[in-house]
Write a protein that binds this ligand. Structure first.
Ligand code: FDP
Length: 329
């Protein structure tokens, strides 16, 4: 049976008696925006839009716009128009923004990275969008945008990503398992292709930028050597695309471990807690895997700033148990 994402969202909604449908309407804003983004990504090599943002005219006399700026505007526009959305925070904007006319009546904040891995776009490597949805916390001033989003990841009510790869795939969870949908470009609908994704307990790949190995904290090098040396069973091979959503998508489906540890350049890790690590950790846990900062569960971190960085280590149960033995202190 063919199930579209809209049908799936409506089915999920039935689990919550009295649900008004506003949350489903919010999610449809995300699917619309990501369809717009994927249409641009697919034409990126053709339309010469890879120039810098901010005003270079292309040969048609149109103003060039960088794809990540376009992706940001698409999400801001599609979500900003939903009355249930009070606050939006994006990797592309310095501050979170109150978008609702009447924030007292809005219930949700959406935090997103409109185009993750964008340094890969001009060499035709897959990129992605990540998003995290939070409910407005009790007792805050609804006009204080930061207060909406500075919540630990365990409070997310939904999260997901879209990978613009050999096909466009949207993976999301509302806390009831993880489900993946592939865009059928002929009809413009996301169709259920990966119901109930479960992460294998063990895979055969580790995914890390090993060029930074000398700067990793103690234990990481030995951990990698154990994976490579077959101490967990298989001798692990490396896969590192350098586009987080793509590396995570593979890890979720095929198993293994993905790491972006602290490095010399990024002692706090490079990835962003609110719109990269948190949605990924939510999905990974929902799929039966483990997500750590190297010190604690990612979803337990209480953020203090919107763009704060964190180390991120995610993997199957077996890899993460070994990681805890080698690296967590
Ligand atoms: P990018 O800089 O291309 O936006 O979040 C940033 C990110 O990509 C991730 O998608 C990717 O996993 C990581 O950086 C790659 O960083 P390194 O080049 O340092 O490995």
């Amino acid at each position: 049976m063919i199930i579209t994402i809209q049908q799936h969202i409506l089915q999920e909604q039935k689990r919550f008696p009295g649900a008004s449908g506003e949350f489903s309407w919010l999610l449809s804003g995300i699917t619309l925006a990501t369809k717009m983004v994927q249409a641009r990504v697919r034409r990126a090599g053709l339309t010469d839009i890879l120039g810098e943002a901010g005003g270079e005219a292309n040969i048609q006399g149109e103003i060039q716009q960088k794809l990540d700026v376009y992706a940001n505007e698409a999400l801001m526009h599609c979500l900003g128009a939903r009355a249930s959305v009070g606050v939006l925070a994006s990797e592309e904007n310095e501050h979170a923004r109150v978008t609702a006319h009447d924030p007292e009546k809005a219930n949700y904040a959406v935090v997103f990275d409109p185009l993750d891995g964008s340094s890969n776009i001009d060499v035709n490597v897959s990129v992605g969008t990540t998003f995290s949805i939070l409910r407005r916390p009790e007792g805050i001033d609804p006009r204080d945008a930061a207060a909406w989003v500075l919540q630990p990841g365990s409070r997310q009510i939904a999260a997901g990503y879209v990978v613009y790869g050999s096909s466009t795939v949207l993976v999301y969870s509302v806390g009831n398992g993880v489900h993946g949908f592939t865009l059928d470009p002929a009809v413009g609908a996301f169709l259920l292709s990966h119901p109930n994704i479960r992460m294998p307990e063990q895979g055969k790949y580790y995914s890390v930028n090993e060029a930074y190995r000398d700067g990793f904290p103690p234990g990481y090098g030995a951990y990698i050597d154990r994976l490579r040396g077959g101490l967990l069973g298989p001798r692990y091979a490396t896969r590192y695309i350098g586009s987080m959503v793509s590396d995570i998508h593979r890890t979720l489906l095929k198993g293994g471990v993905f790491m972006y540890p602290p490095t010399q350049e990024y002692p706090q890790g490079k990835l962003r807690l609110l719109y990269e690590a948190n949605p990924i950790a939510f999905l990974v846990e929902q799929a039966g895997g483990v997500a750590s900062t190297g010190r604690e569960r990612v979803l337990d971190v209480l953020p203090t700033t919107i763009h704060q960085r964190t180390p991120l280590i995610v993997g199957g149960r077996i890899e993460m148990a070994e990681f805890a033995r080698c690296c967590v202190n």
